[in-house]
Design a protein around this ligand. Structure first.
Ligand code: NAP
Length: 283
């Protein structure tokens, strides 16, 4: 670091578990970009002050995580189209004092899915389990790929219906809500089944969101969870002949897009993945 180092960071509460500093600093080292990235714990009532600090100190970029992804929008100068449709911001770019809010979660997931499991999403039948914060960005980004069908199911039916309705306002073709009881049939006909629920996440690693045998052999089973790296849902689906896709790639590519927005330099995604993986496995 020297007096020309550009500053970056992630704000959240809590933030001590974040792998973003390791991953982004590796990206700076790998590309030779003169930047440094740190994690900042920001309490909800101090969010406005934190963003004013970013402006005053000339930070080039921030990532934003739970619980600030929605509240931060009120403090920014511009929200791009995707973040507006999703209703949340996870990346801020400081363009000469103008703070622009973007969302790289959904597009990060789709880039990972295409590079690691299914290069062509157009014409595919896709089922998404869960209608929480992560599901929204993923549905928006998947819908842009023109799948044959895109269905969302949630334990709490109203949330699935509201999510499908709200996305239909900003985007065609529309996302369709299906009832949890209809999932077995929907999954058996799908080319890709994606778990965006928190079911199966450590420490409850033995749980699965649905019976993995509902996904047909040859189809892709995908899970946003990356702790564990391979969930029981993915493990059992693979045993039945499904192709599987874990959540680590989404984390890497949401960071890769942020890095590219900030620096204009292609992100060293393989090195970023290696860094995060090493922090899990201790290698
Ligand atoms: P969230 O907003 O809290 O949503 C949680 C979702 O899980 C809701 O749809 C909820 O359904 C469902 N759910 C919880 N317990 C359930 C159960 N026992 N049975 C059925 N459904 C259940 O969380 P989120 O932010 O969307 O995150 C969801 C998961 O994605 C987490 O595991 C998180 O770690 C992961 N994630 C990964 C990445 C990545 O980079 N790979 C990024 C973001 C999130 P109800 O509406 O019925 O409560």
């Amino acid at each position: 670091m020297d007096s020309n180092t550009m500053m970056y960071g992630v704000i959240g509460d809590p933030i001590g578990h974040s792998k973003s500093p390791l991953m982004q600093n590796r990206a700076f080292r790998e590309t030779g970009v003169n930047g440094a990235y740190a994690a900042f714990r920001v309490a909800p009532e101090r969010l406005g002050e934190a963003i004013a600090g970013m402006r005053a100190m000339g930070f080039r970029g921030l990532n934003v995580t739970i619980p600030h992804k929605v509240a931060v929008m009120a403090f920014l100068d511009e929200i791009d189209e995707g973040a507006r449709a999703i209703g949340a911001v996870n990346t801020i770019v400081n363009e000469n004092g103008r703070l622009i809010g973007r969302n790289t979660d959904g597009i990060g997931y789709v880039r990972s899915l295409k590079e690691e499991a299914e290069p062509e999403l157009a014409g595919k039948r896709i089922v998404v389990l869960g209608a929480g914060g992560a599901s929204r960005g993923i549905l928006w980004a998947l819908n842009r790929e023109r799948p044959a069908s895109l269905q969302v199911a949630n334990r709490t039916w109203d949330k699935a219906r509201e999510l499908a309705d709200s996305l239909a306002e900003s985007q065609a073709p529309a996302v369709q809500a299906v009832r949890w009881e209809e999932l077995k049939e929907a999954c058996s006909e799908a080319d890709i089944v994606i778990n965006t629920t928190s079911v199966g996440m450590a420490p409850h690693v033995e749980e699965t969101p649905i019976d993995p045998s509902w996904v047909r052999p040859g189809a892709v089973a995908s899970d946003l969870i990356y702790n564990p790296l391979t969930t029981t849902f993915l493990q059992q689906a693979q045993e039945r002949g499904c192709r599987i896709h874990g959540g680590l790639g989404m984390f890497v590519y949401q960071g890769a897009y942020a890095f590219e927005y900030w620096t204009g330099v292609p992100a060293p995604a393989a090195a970023m993945r290696e860094e995060v993986l090493a922090s899990f496995t201790g290698k």
